[in-house]
Structure formats: structure tokens, C-alpha cells
Design a protein. Structure first.
Length: 132
């Protein structure tokens, strides 16, 4: 086995540089790059060998991309912004002498608008109650 040092040197000049494209002229370069990065992370270490699994994986990726695009179009926001906003919604478990309750944090105006525009019902304030 031999190492082609000239090829390594040539490839090193391209380290950290990517050519990316999008069909949506409204996406910023940052959001386009983030979309590609998220795709790489989602597909990291997925090695399918059977055809039906490969087809299922491609279908699931396509459906996820479709959902992202629908959410972006309905809200007028980028997926990055939608994800950031909705990631701030939490279910908090409160435990005391009376028992345990799971309480959802109140939605901000932006969060409520995202859910409304996407036709997704807002989470209930108390999602579980377990008296002591």
C-alpha cells in the first residue's frame, strides 16, 4: 500500500470548504449551510445494506424535509428559528408532598403563533398528575 502525498496535499487545500446549493432564494447562506449540516448529522453512521431499509430511510428523510418546508412556508420563519423557539418549550416535573405534576412551560407569543400556523394544538398546561 502506498500513500499518494501529492493527492493528500491537493485535498488539504479543500479542507473546510463546501459548495452548497438551494432552490430557495430566500434562505440565507447561514441557514442553507445549517440545513446541510443537520442532514449530515442525521445521516451520520447510518449504514443500510438491505434495499427495503434504504428505501425506508430515504422516504423518512424526504418526509422530514417536507415537514420542515411546510413549517417554514406556513410560518414565514426559517427552520433554524422554528427549532430554536420550540426547543424552549419544556415539560417540568414538579414533586411535592401532594404528589407529582408535569407542567408545560407557558408559550411565548412566537411559539403559540408557530403552533397555530402549523395547525398543531398547543400542549396542555398540566400533562400528567399523580397524587401522593
Amino acid at each position: 500500500m502506498s500513500i499518494n502525498r501529492a493527492k493528500i496535499k491537493t485535498e488539504e487545500r479543500l479542507d473546510g470548504k463546501y459548495l452548497i446549493a438551494t432552490s430557495d432564494p430566500h434562505l440565507s447562506a447561514e441557514d442553507t449551510a445549517l440545513g446541510y449540516k443537520n442532514l449530515l448529522e442525521a445521516e451520520y453512521q447510518l449504514f443500510h445494506r438491505l434495499e427495503h431499509r434504504i428505501r425506508a430511510h430515504v422516504l423518512l428523510c424526504w418526509l422530514a424535509l417536507l415537514l420542515v418546508r411546510v413549517a417554514e412556508r406556513r410560518t414565514g420563519l426559517t427552520w433554524r428559528r422554528i427549532n430554536t423557539e420550540l426547543a424552549r418549550v419544556h415539560a417540568v416535573t414538579l414533586t411535592g408532598s401532594a404528589g407529582t405534576a408535569v407542567h408545560t412551560t407557558p408559550l411565548t407569543t412566537t411559539q403559540a403563533a408557530i403552533l397555530r400556523d402549523c395547525h398543531v394544538p398547543a400542549p396542555t398546561t398540566v400533562t400528567a398528575l399523580d397524587p401522593a
